[in-house]
Design a protein around this ligand. Structure first.
Ligand SMILES: Cc1cc2nc3c(=O)[nH]c(=O)nc-3n(C[C@H](O)[C@H](O)[C@H](O)COP(=O)(O)OP(=O)(O)OC[C@H]3O[C@@H](n4cnc5c(N)ncnc54)[C@H](O)[C@@H]3O)c2cc1C
Length: 484
Protein backbone atom coordinates (compact mmCIF):
# COMPACT_ATOMS: atom_id res chain seq x y z
CA UNK A 1 0.00 0.00 0.00
CA UNK A 2 1.40 3.36 -1.02
CA UNK A 3 0.82 6.77 0.53
CA UNK A 4 -2.30 8.00 2.29
CA UNK A 5 -3.52 11.47 1.40
CA UNK A 6 -5.98 13.94 2.85
CA UNK A 7 -7.24 14.75 -0.64
CA UNK A 8 -6.65 12.78 -3.83
CA UNK A 9 -7.96 14.21 -7.07
CA UNK A 10 -8.63 12.09 -10.16
CA UNK A 11 -7.90 14.27 -13.22
CA UNK A 12 -5.36 17.05 -13.69
CA UNK A 13 -7.50 19.44 -15.76
CA UNK A 14 -8.40 22.98 -14.64
CA UNK A 15 -10.87 21.59 -12.10
CA UNK A 16 -8.41 19.07 -10.69
CA UNK A 17 -5.18 21.04 -10.63
CA UNK A 18 -6.78 24.20 -9.20
CA UNK A 19 -8.49 22.10 -6.48
CA UNK A 20 -5.09 20.54 -5.74
CA UNK A 21 -3.34 23.90 -5.36
CA UNK A 22 -6.08 25.24 -3.08
CA UNK A 23 -5.94 22.01 -1.04
CA UNK A 24 -2.16 22.35 -0.65
CA UNK A 25 -2.57 26.01 0.39
CA UNK A 26 -5.00 24.89 3.10
CA UNK A 27 -2.46 22.41 4.45
CA UNK A 28 -3.87 19.17 3.04
CA UNK A 29 -1.56 16.39 1.91
CA UNK A 30 -2.63 16.27 -1.72
CA UNK A 31 -2.19 14.15 -4.84
CA UNK A 32 -3.45 14.39 -8.42
CA UNK A 33 -3.78 11.34 -10.65
CA UNK A 34 -3.52 12.07 -14.38
CA UNK A 35 -3.47 9.57 -17.21
CA UNK A 36 -2.59 11.67 -20.20
CA UNK A 37 -1.67 15.32 -19.83
CA UNK A 38 -1.63 17.88 -17.03
CA UNK A 39 -3.96 20.78 -17.75
CA UNK A 40 -6.68 18.49 -19.12
CA UNK A 41 -8.74 19.25 -22.19
CA UNK A 42 -8.60 22.98 -21.48
CA UNK A 43 -4.86 23.45 -21.85
CA UNK A 44 -4.22 20.66 -24.34
CA UNK A 45 -7.28 20.36 -26.63
CA UNK A 46 -9.73 23.07 -25.67
CA UNK A 47 -9.65 26.66 -24.44
CA UNK A 48 -5.98 27.43 -25.00
CA UNK A 49 -4.99 25.82 -28.33
CA UNK A 50 -8.21 27.09 -29.97
CA UNK A 51 -7.41 30.61 -28.84
CA UNK A 52 -3.91 30.26 -30.31
CA UNK A 53 -5.40 29.14 -33.66
CA UNK A 54 -7.97 31.94 -33.56
CA UNK A 55 -5.22 34.47 -32.88
CA UNK A 56 -3.44 33.38 -36.07
CA UNK A 57 -6.73 33.73 -37.93
CA UNK A 58 -7.33 37.18 -36.44
CA UNK A 59 -3.91 38.45 -37.47
CA UNK A 60 -4.36 36.93 -40.94
CA UNK A 61 -7.71 38.74 -41.21
CA UNK A 62 -6.14 42.09 -40.26
CA UNK A 63 -3.27 41.53 -42.69
CA UNK A 64 -5.81 40.85 -45.44
CA UNK A 65 -7.60 44.08 -44.55
CA UNK A 66 -4.47 46.16 -43.99
CA UNK A 67 -5.60 48.67 -46.61
CA UNK A 68 -8.50 49.66 -44.28
CA UNK A 69 -5.82 50.98 -41.92
CA UNK A 70 -3.72 52.67 -44.58
CA UNK A 71 -1.21 49.81 -44.65
CA UNK A 72 0.31 48.22 -47.69
CA UNK A 73 0.61 44.47 -47.13
CA UNK A 74 1.36 42.18 -50.05
CA UNK A 75 -1.21 39.40 -50.34
CA UNK A 76 -0.79 37.58 -47.02
CA UNK A 77 -0.67 33.80 -46.91
CA UNK A 78 -0.05 31.18 -44.23
CA UNK A 79 1.66 27.93 -43.46
CA UNK A 80 -0.90 25.71 -41.71
CA UNK A 81 1.79 23.47 -40.27
CA UNK A 82 3.39 26.50 -38.59
CA UNK A 83 0.01 27.77 -37.36
CA UNK A 84 -0.69 24.38 -35.73
CA UNK A 85 2.87 24.15 -34.41
CA UNK A 86 2.45 27.47 -32.64
CA UNK A 87 -0.84 26.35 -31.10
CA UNK A 88 0.66 23.05 -29.90
CA UNK A 89 3.66 24.95 -28.52
CA UNK A 90 1.40 27.24 -26.49
CA UNK A 91 -0.33 24.16 -25.00
CA UNK A 92 2.98 22.47 -24.24
CA UNK A 93 4.30 25.59 -22.49
CA UNK A 94 1.25 25.82 -20.27
CA UNK A 95 1.07 22.15 -19.45
CA UNK A 96 4.71 22.33 -18.37
CA UNK A 97 3.57 25.26 -16.23
CA UNK A 98 1.04 23.06 -14.44
CA UNK A 99 3.77 20.47 -13.71
CA UNK A 100 5.82 23.31 -12.17
CA UNK A 101 2.86 24.46 -10.04
CA UNK A 102 2.34 20.91 -8.74
CA UNK A 103 5.97 20.73 -7.70
CA UNK A 104 5.98 24.20 -6.18
CA UNK A 105 2.93 23.37 -4.06
CA UNK A 106 4.36 19.97 -3.05
CA UNK A 107 1.48 18.09 -4.65
CA UNK A 108 2.20 14.49 -5.61
CA UNK A 109 1.44 13.68 -9.23
CA UNK A 110 0.54 10.05 -9.87
CA UNK A 111 0.69 8.99 -13.51
CA UNK A 112 -1.93 6.49 -14.69
CA UNK A 113 -5.59 5.58 -14.87
CA UNK A 114 -7.41 5.89 -11.55
CA UNK A 115 -10.41 3.97 -10.28
CA UNK A 116 -12.15 4.01 -6.92
CA UNK A 117 -11.48 0.52 -5.56
CA UNK A 118 -13.15 0.71 -2.18
CA UNK A 119 -15.33 3.26 -0.40
CA UNK A 120 -16.65 2.28 3.01
CA UNK A 121 -18.22 4.68 5.50
CA UNK A 122 -15.75 5.94 8.08
CA UNK A 123 -12.71 4.53 6.26
CA UNK A 124 -10.41 6.23 3.75
CA UNK A 125 -11.33 5.76 0.09
CA UNK A 126 -9.02 3.40 -1.82
CA UNK A 127 -7.99 4.36 -5.33
CA UNK A 128 -6.18 1.99 -7.65
CA UNK A 129 -4.00 3.41 -10.37
CA UNK A 130 -3.17 1.32 -13.42
CA UNK A 131 -1.99 1.83 -16.98
CA UNK A 132 -4.06 4.30 -18.99
CA UNK A 133 -7.03 2.52 -20.53
CA UNK A 134 -7.41 5.25 -23.12
CA UNK A 135 -4.92 5.60 -25.94
CA UNK A 136 -3.66 9.15 -25.54
CA UNK A 137 -4.28 11.44 -28.53
CA UNK A 138 -0.96 13.11 -27.88
CA UNK A 139 0.41 12.05 -24.49
CA UNK A 140 2.38 14.46 -22.37
CA UNK A 141 5.94 14.12 -23.45
CA UNK A 142 8.01 14.00 -21.36
CA UNK A 143 5.95 12.87 -18.37
CA UNK A 144 6.88 15.29 -15.55
CA UNK A 145 9.85 14.22 -13.44
CA UNK A 146 9.26 12.68 -10.04
CA UNK A 147 5.73 11.41 -10.64
CA UNK A 148 4.47 8.38 -8.76
CA UNK A 149 3.25 5.33 -10.63
CA UNK A 150 0.79 2.48 -10.58
CA UNK A 151 -0.43 1.19 -7.23
CA UNK A 152 -3.12 1.60 -4.62
CA UNK A 153 -3.49 4.88 -2.79
CA UNK A 154 -5.73 5.90 0.10
CA UNK A 155 -7.34 9.26 0.77
CA UNK A 156 -9.82 10.71 3.24
CA UNK A 157 -11.42 12.63 0.39
CA UNK A 158 -11.41 11.75 -3.32
CA UNK A 159 -12.43 14.38 -5.83
CA UNK A 160 -13.46 13.13 -9.27
CA UNK A 161 -12.43 15.69 -11.91
CA UNK A 162 -12.26 13.48 -14.99
CA UNK A 163 -13.77 15.95 -17.44
CA UNK A 164 -15.59 15.12 -20.65
CA UNK A 165 -15.11 13.90 -24.22
CA UNK A 166 -16.86 14.61 -27.53
CA UNK A 167 -20.47 13.44 -27.77
CA UNK A 168 -20.95 11.09 -30.70
CA UNK A 169 -24.18 10.73 -32.68
CA UNK A 170 -24.97 7.19 -33.84
CA UNK A 171 -24.21 6.75 -37.53
CA UNK A 172 -21.97 9.85 -37.53
CA UNK A 173 -19.02 8.37 -35.66
CA UNK A 174 -15.80 10.38 -36.02
CA UNK A 175 -13.11 8.48 -37.97
CA UNK A 176 -10.26 10.95 -37.59
CA UNK A 177 -10.19 11.42 -41.35
CA UNK A 178 -13.42 12.66 -42.97
CA UNK A 179 -15.39 13.12 -39.74
CA UNK A 180 -13.47 15.11 -37.18
CA UNK A 181 -13.93 15.94 -33.52
CA UNK A 182 -12.14 18.85 -31.89
CA UNK A 183 -9.01 16.69 -31.65
CA UNK A 184 -8.49 16.49 -35.42
CA UNK A 185 -9.90 19.99 -36.04
CA UNK A 186 -7.20 21.34 -33.71
CA UNK A 187 -4.33 20.04 -35.82
CA UNK A 188 -5.30 19.85 -39.48
CA UNK A 189 -2.55 18.47 -41.71
CA UNK A 190 -3.75 20.77 -44.48
CA UNK A 191 -6.45 23.37 -44.99
CA UNK A 192 -9.70 21.70 -46.07
CA UNK A 193 -11.26 23.46 -49.06
CA UNK A 194 -14.74 22.88 -47.69
CA UNK A 195 -16.06 22.00 -44.27
CA UNK A 196 -19.39 21.25 -42.64
CA UNK A 197 -19.68 22.02 -38.94
CA UNK A 198 -22.44 20.08 -37.23
CA UNK A 199 -23.54 22.03 -34.14
CA UNK A 200 -23.32 25.77 -33.48
CA UNK A 201 -22.41 25.92 -29.80
CA UNK A 202 -19.20 27.65 -28.74
CA UNK A 203 -16.90 24.85 -29.95
CA UNK A 204 -18.57 24.52 -33.38
CA UNK A 205 -18.67 28.26 -33.98
CA UNK A 206 -15.05 28.83 -32.95
CA UNK A 207 -13.85 26.22 -35.45
CA UNK A 208 -16.25 27.55 -38.11
CA UNK A 209 -14.82 31.04 -37.56
CA UNK A 210 -11.20 29.84 -37.66
CA UNK A 211 -11.58 27.83 -40.88
CA UNK A 212 -13.72 30.45 -42.62
CA UNK A 213 -11.21 33.21 -41.83
CA UNK A 214 -8.43 31.00 -43.19
CA UNK A 215 -10.38 30.60 -46.43
CA UNK A 216 -12.37 27.37 -46.22
CA UNK A 217 -15.90 27.14 -47.53
CA UNK A 218 -17.80 26.62 -44.25
CA UNK A 219 -21.39 25.52 -43.67
CA UNK A 220 -22.78 25.37 -40.13
CA UNK A 221 -25.78 23.12 -39.49
CA UNK A 222 -27.80 23.71 -36.33
CA UNK A 223 -30.78 21.69 -35.17
CA UNK A 224 -32.33 24.55 -33.19
CA UNK A 225 -33.85 27.75 -34.60
CA UNK A 226 -30.85 29.92 -33.62
CA UNK A 227 -27.09 29.53 -33.70
CA UNK A 228 -25.29 29.80 -30.36
CA UNK A 229 -28.47 28.41 -28.75
CA UNK A 230 -27.69 29.48 -25.17
CA UNK A 231 -27.07 33.10 -26.13
CA UNK A 232 -29.56 35.97 -26.22
CA UNK A 233 -31.58 35.79 -29.48
CA UNK A 234 -30.67 39.33 -30.56
CA UNK A 235 -26.97 38.76 -30.03
CA UNK A 236 -27.08 35.43 -31.89
CA UNK A 237 -28.92 37.11 -34.78
CA UNK A 238 -26.33 39.87 -35.03
CA UNK A 239 -23.49 37.35 -34.90
CA UNK A 240 -25.15 35.27 -37.63
CA UNK A 241 -25.42 38.36 -39.84
CA UNK A 242 -21.68 38.97 -39.42
CA UNK A 243 -20.75 35.35 -40.11
CA UNK A 244 -22.88 35.35 -43.26
CA UNK A 245 -21.26 38.60 -44.36
CA UNK A 246 -17.92 36.78 -44.05
CA UNK A 247 -19.26 34.11 -46.39
CA UNK A 248 -20.21 31.40 -43.89
CA UNK A 249 -23.31 29.42 -44.79
CA UNK A 250 -25.63 28.79 -41.87
CA UNK A 251 -28.60 26.44 -41.70
CA UNK A 252 -30.83 26.48 -38.61
CA UNK A 253 -33.83 24.25 -37.85
CA UNK A 254 -31.77 21.72 -39.78
CA UNK A 255 -30.88 18.16 -38.85
CA UNK A 256 -27.97 16.14 -40.17
CA UNK A 257 -29.83 12.94 -41.06
CA UNK A 258 -27.08 10.99 -42.81
CA UNK A 259 -23.36 11.29 -43.49
CA UNK A 260 -21.79 9.19 -46.23
CA UNK A 261 -18.03 9.05 -46.50
CA UNK A 262 -16.22 8.88 -49.81
CA UNK A 263 -12.60 9.00 -50.88
CA UNK A 264 -12.76 12.74 -51.52
CA UNK A 265 -15.12 13.89 -48.78
CA UNK A 266 -18.50 13.55 -47.14
CA UNK A 267 -22.03 13.73 -48.51
CA UNK A 268 -24.41 15.02 -45.90
CA UNK A 269 -28.19 14.72 -46.01
CA UNK A 270 -29.82 17.56 -44.11
CA UNK A 271 -33.49 17.59 -43.15
CA UNK A 272 -34.83 21.11 -42.98
CA UNK A 273 -38.05 22.58 -41.60
CA UNK A 274 -41.23 21.37 -43.28
CA UNK A 275 -39.83 17.90 -44.03
CA UNK A 276 -37.58 19.04 -46.88
CA UNK A 277 -34.21 17.48 -47.47
CA UNK A 278 -30.98 18.81 -48.95
CA UNK A 279 -27.68 17.18 -49.88
CA UNK A 280 -24.39 18.92 -49.18
CA UNK A 281 -20.84 17.86 -50.03
CA UNK A 282 -17.65 18.87 -48.26
CA UNK A 283 -14.11 17.66 -47.76
CA UNK A 284 -14.58 17.17 -44.00
CA UNK A 285 -17.22 17.36 -41.32
CA UNK A 286 -16.59 18.53 -37.77
CA UNK A 287 -18.94 16.93 -35.27
CA UNK A 288 -19.48 19.54 -32.56
CA UNK A 289 -22.68 18.34 -30.92
CA UNK A 290 -21.52 18.75 -27.34
CA UNK A 291 -19.53 16.78 -24.82
CA UNK A 292 -20.33 14.01 -22.36
CA UNK A 293 -18.91 13.39 -18.91
CA UNK A 294 -16.15 10.82 -18.32
CA UNK A 295 -18.02 8.76 -15.74
CA UNK A 296 -17.13 5.26 -16.91
CA UNK A 297 -14.59 2.88 -15.40
CA UNK A 298 -14.15 4.94 -12.25
CA UNK A 299 -15.88 2.57 -9.83
CA UNK A 300 -18.54 5.24 -9.20
CA UNK A 301 -21.54 2.98 -9.58
CA UNK A 302 -19.95 0.25 -7.44
CA UNK A 303 -19.35 2.87 -4.74
CA UNK A 304 -23.02 3.88 -4.95
CA UNK A 305 -22.46 7.38 -6.36
CA UNK A 306 -25.57 8.83 -8.02
CA UNK A 307 -25.23 9.61 -11.71
CA UNK A 308 -27.94 11.70 -13.33
CA UNK A 309 -28.23 12.46 -17.05
CA UNK A 310 -24.69 11.27 -17.65
CA UNK A 311 -22.99 13.39 -14.99
CA UNK A 312 -22.18 12.96 -11.30
CA UNK A 313 -24.84 14.52 -9.08
CA UNK A 314 -23.43 16.94 -6.52
CA UNK A 315 -24.86 19.32 -3.95
CA UNK A 316 -23.32 22.62 -5.06
CA UNK A 317 -20.26 22.12 -2.85
CA UNK A 318 -18.99 19.16 -4.89
CA UNK A 319 -20.30 16.52 -2.47
CA UNK A 320 -21.85 13.39 -3.94
CA UNK A 321 -24.28 11.18 -2.03
CA UNK A 322 -21.33 9.01 -0.87
CA UNK A 323 -19.31 10.36 2.02
CA UNK A 324 -15.68 11.04 1.04
CA UNK A 325 -16.38 11.20 -2.74
CA UNK A 326 -16.77 14.52 -4.54
CA UNK A 327 -17.05 15.65 -8.18
CA UNK A 328 -16.20 18.92 -9.92
CA UNK A 329 -15.91 20.33 -13.43
CA UNK A 330 -17.31 18.86 -16.64
CA UNK A 331 -17.97 15.46 -15.05
CA UNK A 332 -20.29 17.19 -12.56
CA UNK A 333 -22.42 18.78 -15.28
CA UNK A 334 -22.97 21.96 -17.24
CA UNK A 335 -22.00 24.61 -17.99
CA UNK A 336 -18.95 22.69 -19.16
CA UNK A 337 -16.45 25.52 -18.92
CA UNK A 338 -12.96 25.72 -17.50
CA UNK A 339 -13.64 28.64 -15.14
CA UNK A 340 -16.66 26.81 -13.73
CA UNK A 341 -14.45 23.74 -13.15
CA UNK A 342 -11.76 25.83 -11.42
CA UNK A 343 -14.23 27.61 -9.19
CA UNK A 344 -15.98 24.37 -8.25
CA UNK A 345 -12.59 22.89 -7.32
CA UNK A 346 -11.91 25.77 -4.96
CA UNK A 347 -15.39 25.67 -3.40
CA UNK A 348 -15.19 21.89 -2.92
CA UNK A 349 -11.84 21.99 -1.11
CA UNK A 350 -12.83 24.97 1.04
CA UNK A 351 -16.02 23.13 2.07
CA UNK A 352 -13.94 20.07 3.02
CA UNK A 353 -11.79 22.37 5.17
CA UNK A 354 -14.92 23.66 6.87
CA UNK A 355 -14.57 27.20 5.51
CA UNK A 356 -17.61 29.26 4.63
CA UNK A 357 -17.77 28.07 1.01
CA UNK A 358 -20.59 29.45 -1.10
CA UNK A 359 -22.25 27.23 -3.71
CA UNK A 360 -21.74 28.70 -7.16
CA UNK A 361 -24.56 30.77 -8.61
CA UNK A 362 -25.11 29.33 -12.07
CA UNK A 363 -26.56 32.61 -13.33
CA UNK A 364 -23.26 34.35 -12.61
CA UNK A 365 -21.01 32.10 -14.69
CA UNK A 366 -19.94 34.00 -17.80
CA UNK A 367 -19.76 32.35 -21.20
CA UNK A 368 -17.44 33.45 -24.00
CA UNK A 369 -17.05 32.44 -27.63
CA UNK A 370 -13.86 33.65 -29.28
CA UNK A 371 -15.06 33.73 -32.86
CA UNK A 372 -14.95 36.87 -34.96
CA UNK A 373 -16.95 38.83 -33.82
CA UNK A 374 -16.63 37.62 -30.24
CA UNK A 375 -19.64 36.77 -28.08
CA UNK A 376 -19.80 37.12 -24.28
CA UNK A 377 -22.61 36.91 -21.80
CA UNK A 378 -23.59 36.49 -18.17
CA UNK A 379 -26.93 36.02 -16.46
CA UNK A 380 -30.39 35.81 -17.90
CA UNK A 381 -31.19 36.48 -21.53
CA UNK A 382 -34.13 38.80 -22.15
CA UNK A 383 -36.31 35.79 -23.02
CA UNK A 384 -35.27 33.81 -19.92
CA UNK A 385 -35.86 36.81 -17.65
CA UNK A 386 -39.36 37.21 -19.05
CA UNK A 387 -39.98 33.45 -18.78
CA UNK A 388 -39.02 33.76 -15.10
CA UNK A 389 -41.81 36.31 -14.72
CA UNK A 390 -39.56 39.35 -14.40
CA UNK A 391 -40.67 42.68 -15.77
CA UNK A 392 -37.58 43.95 -17.56
CA UNK A 393 -35.94 47.09 -18.83
CA UNK A 394 -33.54 46.43 -21.70
CA UNK A 395 -30.62 48.62 -22.79
CA UNK A 396 -28.78 48.37 -26.10
CA UNK A 397 -25.72 50.18 -27.35
CA UNK A 398 -24.25 49.70 -30.78
CA UNK A 399 -20.50 49.68 -31.50
CA UNK A 400 -21.16 52.37 -34.11
CA UNK A 401 -21.67 54.90 -31.30
CA UNK A 402 -18.34 54.20 -29.57
CA UNK A 403 -15.23 56.19 -30.44
CA UNK A 404 -12.76 53.41 -29.59
CA UNK A 405 -14.68 50.89 -31.73
CA UNK A 406 -14.55 53.26 -34.68
CA UNK A 407 -10.84 53.96 -34.13
CA UNK A 408 -10.20 50.21 -34.03
CA UNK A 409 -12.13 49.77 -37.27
CA UNK A 410 -14.64 47.51 -35.45
CA UNK A 411 -18.04 49.17 -35.83
CA UNK A 412 -20.10 45.95 -35.76
CA UNK A 413 -21.45 44.84 -32.42
CA UNK A 414 -23.76 45.48 -29.53
CA UNK A 415 -23.86 45.57 -25.74
CA UNK A 416 -27.24 44.58 -24.35
CA UNK A 417 -28.24 44.77 -20.70
CA UNK A 418 -31.30 43.34 -18.99
CA UNK A 419 -32.49 44.90 -15.71
CA UNK A 420 -35.36 44.13 -13.38
CA UNK A 421 -37.79 46.99 -14.06
CA UNK A 422 -38.96 47.17 -10.43
CA UNK A 423 -35.70 46.86 -8.48
CA UNK A 424 -33.13 47.92 -11.07
CA UNK A 425 -31.14 44.70 -10.44
CA UNK A 426 -28.84 43.78 -13.33
CA UNK A 427 -30.15 40.39 -14.48
CA UNK A 428 -27.99 39.78 -17.53
CA UNK A 429 -25.55 41.24 -20.04
CA UNK A 430 -25.00 40.04 -23.60
CA UNK A 431 -22.43 41.29 -26.05
CA UNK A 432 -21.22 40.69 -29.55
CA UNK A 433 -18.25 42.49 -31.11
CA UNK A 434 -14.52 43.09 -30.78
CA UNK A 435 -12.92 42.19 -27.42
CA UNK A 436 -16.20 41.60 -25.62
CA UNK A 437 -14.72 38.48 -23.99
CA UNK A 438 -12.45 40.86 -22.05
CA UNK A 439 -15.29 43.27 -21.21
CA UNK A 440 -17.78 40.80 -19.74
CA UNK A 441 -15.95 40.46 -16.43
CA UNK A 442 -17.03 44.01 -15.52
CA UNK A 443 -20.64 42.88 -15.57
CA UNK A 444 -19.79 39.62 -13.76
CA UNK A 445 -18.29 41.58 -10.86
CA UNK A 446 -21.25 43.96 -10.93
CA UNK A 447 -23.72 41.08 -10.73
CA UNK A 448 -21.73 39.43 -7.95
CA UNK A 449 -22.12 42.66 -5.98
CA UNK A 450 -25.86 42.69 -6.75
CA UNK A 451 -25.55 45.88 -8.74
CA UNK A 452 -28.50 48.01 -9.68
CA UNK A 453 -28.59 50.57 -12.47
CA UNK A 454 -27.70 53.36 -10.00
CA UNK A 455 -24.23 51.94 -9.25
CA UNK A 456 -23.54 51.51 -12.95
CA UNK A 457 -24.64 55.10 -13.64
CA UNK A 458 -22.26 56.32 -10.91
CA UNK A 459 -19.31 54.29 -12.20
CA UNK A 460 -16.72 56.20 -14.21
CA UNK A 461 -15.62 54.32 -17.34
CA UNK A 462 -12.30 55.28 -18.96
CA UNK A 463 -12.35 57.05 -22.30
CA UNK A 464 -11.81 56.03 -25.00
CA UNK A 465 -12.55 52.36 -24.33
CA UNK A 466 -15.00 49.77 -25.52
CA UNK A 467 -16.10 49.52 -21.87
CA UNK A 468 -17.91 52.84 -22.21
CA UNK A 469 -20.56 50.89 -24.11
CA UNK A 470 -21.34 48.98 -20.91
CA UNK A 471 -22.19 52.30 -19.27
CA UNK A 472 -24.19 53.49 -22.26
CA UNK A 473 -26.16 50.24 -22.46
CA UNK A 474 -27.19 50.62 -18.80
CA UNK A 475 -28.09 54.27 -19.40
CA UNK A 476 -30.12 53.25 -22.45
CA UNK A 477 -32.22 50.82 -20.41
CA UNK A 478 -33.45 53.80 -18.38
CA UNK A 479 -33.80 56.32 -21.22
CA UNK A 480 -30.56 58.18 -20.48
CA UNK A 481 -28.24 57.07 -23.28
CA UNK A 482 -25.76 59.77 -24.37
CA UNK A 483 -24.10 58.80 -27.64
CA UNK A 484 -27.02 57.32 -29.57
C1 LIG B 1 -12.37 22.83 -28.45
C2 LIG B 1 -12.74 23.28 -27.07
C3 LIG B 1 -12.65 24.62 -26.74
C4 LIG B 1 -12.98 25.03 -25.45
N1 LIG B 1 -12.87 26.35 -25.15
C5 LIG B 1 -13.20 26.77 -23.90
C6 LIG B 1 -13.07 28.13 -23.55
O1 LIG B 1 -12.67 28.97 -24.35
N2 LIG B 1 -13.39 28.49 -22.29
C7 LIG B 1 -13.84 27.58 -21.36
O2 LIG B 1 -14.13 27.97 -20.23
N3 LIG B 1 -13.97 26.29 -21.66
C8 LIG B 1 -13.65 25.86 -22.91
N4 LIG B 1 -13.74 24.53 -23.21
C9 LIG B 1 -14.21 23.60 -22.15
C10 LIG B 1 -13.09 23.25 -21.18
O3 LIG B 1 -12.01 22.69 -21.87
C11 LIG B 1 -13.60 22.29 -20.13
O4 LIG B 1 -14.75 22.82 -19.52
C12 LIG B 1 -12.55 22.07 -19.05
O5 LIG B 1 -11.39 21.48 -19.58
C13 LIG B 1 -13.11 21.15 -17.95
O6 LIG B 1 -12.16 20.96 -16.97
P1 LIG B 1 -12.14 19.63 -16.08
O7 LIG B 1 -11.02 19.81 -15.13
O8 LIG B 1 -13.50 19.36 -15.57
O9 LIG B 1 -11.83 18.45 -17.10
P2 LIG B 1 -10.69 18.21 -18.19
O10 LIG B 1 -10.04 19.45 -18.61
O11 LIG B 1 -11.34 17.38 -19.25
O12 LIG B 1 -9.62 17.33 -17.42
C14 LIG B 1 -9.89 16.05 -16.99
C15 LIG B 1 -8.60 15.30 -16.87
O13 LIG B 1 -8.85 14.06 -16.24
C16 LIG B 1 -8.04 13.06 -16.81
N5 LIG B 1 -8.69 11.78 -16.53
C17 LIG B 1 -9.91 11.37 -16.94
N6 LIG B 1 -10.18 10.15 -16.43
C18 LIG B 1 -9.11 9.79 -15.69
C19 LIG B 1 -8.80 8.66 -14.91
N7 LIG B 1 -9.66 7.65 -14.77
N8 LIG B 1 -7.60 8.61 -14.29
C20 LIG B 1 -6.72 9.62 -14.41
N9 LIG B 1 -6.96 10.73 -15.13
C21 LIG B 1 -8.15 10.81 -15.76
C22 LIG B 1 -8.00 13.44 -18.28
O14 LIG B 1 -6.87 12.90 -18.93
C23 LIG B 1 -7.96 14.97 -18.21
O15 LIG B 1 -6.63 15.44 -18.22
C24 LIG B 1 -13.40 24.09 -24.47
C25 LIG B 1 -13.46 22.73 -24.81
C26 LIG B 1 -13.13 22.33 -26.08
C27 LIG B 1 -13.20 20.87 -26.40
Amino acid sequence: MADTYDILIIGGGPGGYVAAIRAAQLGFKTAVVEREHLGGICLNWGCIPTKALLRSAEIFHYAEHGANYGLKIEKPSFDMEAVVKRSRGVSAQLNGGVAYLMKKNKIDVIWGQAKIAKAAKGAPVEVSVGKSAKPAVEPQNPVPKGVLGEGTYKAKHVIVATGARPRVLPGIEPDGDRIWTYFEAMKPKAMPKSLIVMGSGAIGIEFASFYRTMGADVTVIELLPQILPVEDAEVAKLARKQFEKQGMKIMTDAKVAKVEKGSDGVTVTVETKGGKSETLKAERLISAVGVQGNIEGLGLEEAGVTIERGVVKTDGLGRTNVSGIYAIGDVAGPPMLAHKAEHEGTICVEAIKGLDAHPMKSTQIPGCTYCQPQIASVGLTEAKAKEAGREVKVGRFSFTGNGKAIALGEPDGMVKTVFDAKTGELLGAHMVGAEVTELIQGFVVAMGLETTEEELFHTVFPHPTLSEMMHESALDAFGRVIHM
